[in-house]
Design a protein around this ligand. Structure first.
Ligand code: HEM
Length: 389
């Protein structure tokens, strides 16, 4: 039984060699530390994510106690999941996502234009965070809170996802959740401008979905939308910093769509998700019992050579590319379209003209198991490419 520790320094700096070893030696294994079966093969992960009859997001179906007073869409399964998910996806479709993309591009370009020539900047804090925050707020139809006050809240909540491994992150996460709830209360009260939030609130009355479930789902959407987009953008830029050919090729507008998806496959921020087993079942050679947890590792599945030829290379025109970075099945990312649009805008806006981007210092990572990305990514624009600061 491998001693899998997602928070060990080697996993934080490079989880992929461990994922590869696990996939080869024990693709489905029990982790005492995580209290879960861990899955690293693409086919196993995808079939778990597709099968909500057996692998529940609503853990009560597998015999667990109530998770909280009222769940969000992330903790419900069909049939209860269907109306609330539809409420949000219908509201999504009604928003002009292309306009949000144009806005994200303009904001990225203006941040980059405001930099002193040759000045180093932190891509994560100075570019990805304000652009992602602005895009999610434009979607919801609310005024963005200042990035510097909102980012610590989001960070505390994201670290809270690792509370099973690190109990000390739970309390700050609960405090941040209460603060975010206050912010959301203000948005709900003032969401009259026709944004997604206003539409969702209006639609919730017509179907059998509680205001609390809508509220919790809005919080999930806000956090999921902000932190994951920041993480995906930072990982994408870091990958391009290490690969000058890919950096050059990403300037080609024809490659932007497939390139952004490939960057998400190569190093997506969400490492995995949990499901609870509703009945005894076999995954590969392993018997999983009702009431046990399974953890499909998206990031490991996305490097599975059985699915992706040359899995450790960036193949910017990879097609097909059915990666799991945005999940799969009934709970796949409902903001996927917006995520792609904002990532494309960030990458287009960052590489202006002929300038190259290179590292201006070591990336820094807060150790996190669930969401992995550089929290600080010092970079600088230069006229020629060089890998070193
Ligand atoms: C590149 C950025 C993003 C990444 C990598 C990402 C990733 C994911 C993943 C992996 C899941 C599935 C989780 C699971 O199966 O347990 C998910 C679900 C979700 N995402 Fe995203 N996401 C991103 C951006 C967004 C955005 C921009 C929004 C909305 C503004 C959003 C809203 C959601 C919601 C509401 C769910 C839950 C869906 C459900 O349970 O039915 N995400 N996301």
């Amino acid at each position: 039984m491998p001693d899998f520790d997602p928070l060990s320094p080697s996993m934080i700096s490079d989880p992929f060699s461990t994922y590869a070893k696990l996939r080869e030696s024990e693709p489905v294994f029990w982790s005492e530390r995580l209290g879960s079966w861990v899955l690293t093969r693409y086919e196993d992960c995808r079939s778990v994510l597709s099968n909500t009859d057996i692998f529940a997001s609503d853990w009560r179906r597998a015999g667990f106690d109530e998770v909280g007073p009222v769940a969000s869409m992330q903790e419900l399964d069909p049939p209860e999941h269907v109306p609330i998910r539809r409420l949000f996806t219908t509201a999504f479709r009604a928003r002009d996502l292309t306009a949000i993309g144009r806005r994200a591009l303009a904001l990225t370009e203006s941040i980059v234009a405001g930099l002193a020539p040759g000045a180093a900047f932190d891509f994560t804090a100075d570019v990805a965070r304000p652009v992602a925050l602005d895009a999610v707020c434009a979607l919801l139809g609310i005024d963005p809170p200042p990035a510097h006050t909102f980012a610590p809240l989001a960070d505390a909540l994201v670290r809270g996802m690792d509370a099973g491994l690190l109990p000390e992150v739970l309390e700050p996460a609960m405090a941040a959740r209460a603060e975010l709830n206050d912010l959301i209360a203000g948005w709900f009260a003032g969401s009259g401008d026709g944004g997604l939030l206003a539409q969702v609130l209006a639609g919730a009355d017509a179907i059998d979905v509680s205001q609390e479930a809508v509220w919790n789902s809005a919080r999930v959407l806000f956090l999921a939308g902000f932190s994951t987009t920041v993480g995906a953008a930072a990982n994408a830029v870091l990958a391009l910093l290490h690969d000058p050919e890919a950096q050059q090729r990403m300037r080609d507008p024809e490659l932007l769509e497939s390139g952004v998806d490939e960057l998400m496959r190569y190093d997506g921020p969400v490492q995995g998700t949990s499901r609870a087993c509703v009945e005894d079942v076999t995954i590969g050679e392993v018997g999983v019992r009702r009431g046990q947890l399974v953890l499909p590792l998206f990031a490991a599945a996305n490097r599975d050579p059985q699915r992706f030829p040359r899995p450790d290379d960036l193949v910017l025109d990879r097609r097909p590319n059915q990666h799991l970075a945005l999940g799969w099945g009934p709970h796949s990312c409902s903001g996927a379209m917006l995520a792609r649009i904002v990532l494309r805008a960030l990458i287009r806006g960052l590489w202006r003209g002929s300038a190259w981007l290179r590292l201006a210092g070591d990336p820094e990572r807060v150790p996190r198991a669930t969401l992995r990305y550089p929290d600080r990514l010092p970079v600088v624009h230069t006229e020629t490419w060089s890998p070193y600061p």
